[in-house]
Design a binder for this molecule. Sequence first.
Ligand code: BGC
Length: 455
Amino acid sequence: MIEFPDDFLWGTATSAYQVEGSPLADGAGPSIWQRFAHTPGLVRDGATGDVACDHYRRYRDDVALMRSLGTNAYRFSIAWSRVMPEGRGMVNAAGLDFYDRLVDALLGSGIEPMVTLYHWDLPAALDDRGGWLNPEVARWFAEYAAVVFRKLDGRVKMWATLNEPWVITDGGYLCGVLAPGHRNRFEAPIASHQLLRAHAEAVKAYRAEGRHRIGIVVNLEPKYPASDDPGDRAATTRADAYMNRQYLDPLFLGRYPEELREVFGEAWPRWPADDLALVRQPIDFLGVNYYTRSVTRFDPHAWLLQAAPVVQPRATYTETGWEVCAPALTDTLLWVKERYGNPPLYVTENGAAFFDPPALEGDCLPDPLRVDYLRKHITAVHAAIEQGADVRGYFVWSLLDNFEWSHGYSKRFGIVHVDFQTQQRTPKDSARFYARVIASRGRVLNEGGRPGGSA
Ligand code: BGC
């Protein structure tokens, strides 16, 4: 019998650069995403976040939309360069005021804010000083965080330092597909390490003056060996160390996984023990972003990991090429519980990009594959709770179709459709389905049903 607890948080999630638009309004400085998107050839169709969902100006309507769905939580991020145009020093009161108004609007509608301090949009001025490669960045981040805490901690009770340090370094410093677009095996472990230090310094700053709860958000993608072959097994372990344990082991256990030495070879630095002690700051919760799993095999030609994913012929894949596999979400949450001492958890992102058919009469927007995805994954979260994982909330990625990084606007993750010509918002069937899940505290999931049925 599925029934979620009374105090379970049901939310949606977005991030600043992906939805806000007006990136330079009211005295804001440019971010690395502003620069990246404005460099020809880096983002599909030359798309930028200049307008995005125009949420910076339409936030009140978007909060009303969240309320109409019955959500009681909203995860959003703060653009560092709105608050500090140069990344440090001068504070731009007008930029901070936007988040002040947003928080008030949310609370006025009975929606708990969960604030992420960093979702990939580093102030460009800091990138000029080496960005995440400069050890000073930990101090810069903690200073920025303290400014935001002082303004909002009276009303914001859930804070996340970073969103997905793995994606920041893999996309931004190793593969070059995300800002700042570097492709350098030597930089990647440095950026990861400075991200972890920055997280820890922000947590320390929070302990000095914050009154509520702070954590971090990681993306986890469990790895399953394609066979019992020792080569496949070892490749799977390396992939898991690189993507999942690279961050969680230092955060919870105070050490990096051994396999990273083998993965990075001569590019793996020797880190001071003090840094690792710093990184292991107690946190109040862990945010888990889950989209897919990977079945992994040994591939001698694969750069760095010598591991490659194996396509599952019978599975459904999303438009971003990710296998739909809900049981792996249960596995992931239970793995965190076992390995890291049962920390309080939130599923801070979960969702899928699928091709959305055009609107039918009466504004009806059928998206049966996304409905099915949500049905299965929310059920999987419940299964993890039943087996003892301390999961306290679930956030759909995303409230709105938005700027999907280097894919531009070509991948739609929203449960609400956005017409980017008119900015009109239209709830898809998945939004209506999610509203029913929330209203029934998940009991509607007991009805089962075919993909898209009774949405
Ligand atoms: C990120 C989001 C992104 C989503 C879908 C996550 O990695 O936090 O910003 O839009 O995945 O790709």
